[in-house]
Design a protein around this ligand. Sequence first.
Ligand SMILES: O=C(O)CCC(=O)C(=O)O
Ligand SMILES: [Fe+2]
Length: 201
Amino acid sequence: MSQLSFFDDNESLRFPENLLEYYPQFLDTGAALALMNELIATAPWKQTTLTIHDKVLLTPRLTAWYGDAKQSYRLSEKQLDAAPWTPALSALREKVEAFTHLHFNSVLLNYYRDGNDSVAWHSDNEKELGQHPHIASLSLGQARSFDFRHKKDHQQKYSLKLGNGSLLIMKGDLQQHWEHRIPKSARPLQPRINLTFRIIY
Ligand SMILES: O=C(O)CCC(=O)C(=O)O
Ligand SMILES: [Fe+2]
């Protein structure tokens, strides 16, 4: 499978390949859109809350969580119960595992309904994920910008468009030294679902 290069004419714009791999066509267009529509209709979507400066706000996206039995995981201080794998998500997990040679025991789904939905700067560095987690991130539907920046030097900043059917592998020191986000868009955008396959210890 072809991997998109992070090389640019300007050598300094090159993102370290030991931290990210991007495969634009992991799923074909039709399969990716069909899966998105199935997930929109069937996943146990929840909108959680977050507290900023003593204000309780709704998280600007919907989430759902699937995993092996007895899998529990603290996400943003919230204990989420993992739903059992569905046939479609089991098949997808097998495809991701065959490609990455990793075994994932859970998947977090994010549903961005339109350009107002987003995820703020963060890193996935919960201790349950281990020191240098491999996270396989599959995107369905609307292409969205994925920004990342160095935690100690925000000038070191990159952006990548995550297209329909693409697979992004996050690995190495990425969660330790970098943070990422999906920004809001002023333009009207179609729905997008992102699935992050994770290994919870
Ligand atoms: O939607 C995405 O591509 C990223 C989601 C994300 O960063 C997360 O779930 O931790
Ligand atoms: Fe993340």
